[in-house]
Design a protein around this ligand. Sequence first.
Ligand code: BV8
Length: 236
Amino acid sequence: MRTASGRRRASDVRIVVLTGAGVSAESGLATFRDAGGLWEGHDPMVVATPEAFAEDPDLVQRFYDERRQALASVRPNAAHEALARLEAALGRDLYLVTQNIDDLHERAGSTRVHHMHGRLRAAWCTACDERVEWTQGLVGRPPCPGCGSASLRPDVVWFGEVPYDMDAIEEALWACDLFVSIGTSGLVYPAAAFVHHAIGHGKRTLELNLDASDGSSDFHESRRGPATALVPAWVD
Ligand code: BV8
């Protein structure tokens, strides 16, 4: 169905693509399960929580400062670039949702990226609720540009917090013809359940991943290999 202007509404999405850390792995950004899934000896699943932030804010801020700083030294890879070409071809018929908080999809040319777990290059003031673009460090409690308080935290969704865009994602999964999951272990919810929602709505499902994931057997088709090979081959 099309609107009067002839443009497909967001709810008329044809393809939903979900990406995880694996799509950025070949750009040099570690996945959560790489190197035994540890950062400075800490489990990211533990550090990425409100409890860890309450207990040791500088440790958590440093975890994100180091990842934010690493963005300057990495570049989008062929998988990000292929997805940007797909958006150029499909326009609003593509709904790209990512679990990643890096900016590599945008730097590859994607213009509509739904960061369900937030973004490294954004900070959130818990005093005035303002969200601001942020590229510096947050250790040392810099003042909020809006209210001046020292209440800035990374604008990312921690374990136990509610992901962004859930209603729009559910609507896109309902409206699409195809759900494609790229570079994710399928261990973190609610993203890990998107394939079940898609199947529940009668959609085709495809997984492009280096290894078998927790949900591989749920997909109609699951292809194995690096994202920089599988994604361009699928897109082009
Ligand atoms: C919520 C931001 C309620 C921060 C992240 C028990 C059962 C079920 C669920 C739960 C449970 N107990 C608690 C929960 C809920 C919890 C959860 O799922 N826990 C897990 C550990 C069991 N979830 C939450 O708390 C979420 N909130 O549930 O709120 C709610 C829900 C809906 C509506 C209203 C309320 C919030 C979760 C968000 C946490 N924040 N990130 C940050 O980045 O620091 S999660 C973080 O970890 C990532 O964003 C990502 O989602 C996840 C890591 O997963 P992947 O991206 O898949 O990365 P991983 O390393 O695991 O895998 C990489 C994959 O790539 C591998 O498969 C590998 O083979 C592949 N790969 C590697 N290289 C390549 C490759 N593929 C292709 N090419 C390559 N080169």
